[in-house]
Design a protein around this ligand. Sequence first.
Ligand SMILES: Nc1ncnc2c1ncn2[C@@H]1O[C@H](COP(=O)(O)OP(=O)(O)O)[C@@H](O)[C@H]1O
Ligand SMILES: [Mg+2]
Length: 265
Amino acid sequence: MVAPALRLREVAKSFPAADDRQRQCLVLDAISISLDVGELVSLVGPSGCGKSTLLRLIAGLDVPDSGELMIGAEPITGPNAERGLVFQDPNLFPWLSVRRNIEVGLLARGQLREKRGEVEEFMRLVGLETFADAYPHHLSGGMAQRVALARALINHPKILLLDEPLGALDAFTRMRMQDEVLRLWQSRRTTMLLVTHDIDEAIYMSDRIIIMTQRPGTIDQIIQVPLDRPRDRSSSDFLRLRGQILELLHFAGNETSLEGRTPIR
Ligand SMILES: Nc1ncnc2c1ncn2[C@@H]1O[C@H](COP(=O)(O)OP(=O)(O)O)[C@@H](O)[C@H]1O
Ligand SMILES: [Mg+2]
């Protein structure tokens, strides 16, 4: 049996409370999830429920209080280029060209010489080949986010962690970039965990959607998205699923309907 790409078991994390540093405030509790190799899973939940914290734990940028985090058969012990991270802010170096921004991690690890050919390949992959010598201030938001994606993908990550990567883009660019990320996912089969507050984005993109509760964030439900790709955002199946998720998140505008709800799987 193939090991899952990512497996979390009973992960909990607390931070010192903002108003009293002596007191610990539980942010994540009993998080157990598993992502198959090549799966694209979205993480949705109220602001402050610990989504970014969870991604930071998986990235190895922080340690849990308890629980187990595994990539394949290996426990996560710290940051590693095999886990790529892309944030809402592309965080490009403004004084470096697009090409140099993509190369910078390889350069730091002494791998640039052997991988220079791949830099061209990844710039082509994200449609940036004619922008290789442009600087970040010349790029649109969508273009800058393509650079951030190329920079993460060039390390051939086993998993790509995306923290609201399209959150700062306008609606049209956002929809185009959703297709772009899906194209990258389909061509590379990289396992992806995508944090988004956009329900349509989660349904449009993912194999499964993990819905979290309010803080302390726990897993409320995991919803399978049984729609074929490419998905039609206005199809009745899409809209039905959207209604069910909004109801779970208490945004359906009909609180009483929550009473008799049937769990969806
Ligand atoms: N380094 C930290 N120190 C103290 N509190 C933190 C730290 N990081 C996050 N938190 C708190 O943890 C909670 C969850 O934050 P976060 O993971 O950013 O939520 P989300 O991404 O779901 O909006 C928030 O209440 C936040 O203030
Ligand atoms: Mg966040």
